[in-house]
Design a protein around this ligand. Structure first.
Ligand code: NI
Length: 158
């Protein structure tokens, strides 16, 4: 379990007022929890934008399964990306409409590409992507590894 570290933040009073209104609207109990969420979002967003970071994405699409070839196309795309597909949930919403929720995990470039392709399929009526992840990017893990390595070297040198 990571330990909590306290730090001071200085900002303009007008910005703080707006921030307090924002966190009240969002239902946060305190500023710390709101700042932690913003930090996590920023880290995940960066991993999503980088090519090598690992991300998890939840893609939800709604489509009309009676549209010729559409179900096949959606399934086919997934059958060609098995290494990044964790799970797929299919819900028959009514006589025509289906909701498909696909959980992807892998390198952000591949995950982003497949997520966007699913959404862009002609005939998909609505959709969305939630990008998330364990907020430890590969860069972060590299830093930790090199730090551990340098400490070992330091120890052997003294
Ligand atoms: Ni269906």
């Amino acid at each position: 379990m990571a330990k909590l570290v306290r730090f001071g933040v200085a900002m303009e009073d007008t910005l703080l007022q707006k921030f307090d209104q924002y966190i009240r609207r969002k239902g946060y109990r305190n500023r710390s929890e709101a700042i932690r969420d913003l930090a996590r979002d920023a880290i995940i967003q960066e991993a999503w934008e980088q090519e090598k970071g690992e991300v998890i994405a939840v893609v939800a699409i709604i489509y009309d399964h009676e549209k010729h070839g559409l179900s096949n196309q959606i399934t086919d795309l997934q059958h060609h990306a098995l290494s990044i597909i964790v799970s797929t949930l299919h819900v028959h919403l009514d006589e025509r409409h289906c909701l498909e929720v696909v959980v992807l995990r892998g390198k952000s470039l591949s995950v982003r590409r497949l997520a966007n392709r699913l959404l862009a399929i002609k005939g998909v009526l609505h959709g969305g992507i939630v990008a998330t992840g364990v907020p430890l990017t590969e860069d972060f893990m590299d830093d930790i590894r090199s730090l551990a390595k340098s400490k070992l070297i330091d120890k052997s040198g003294t």
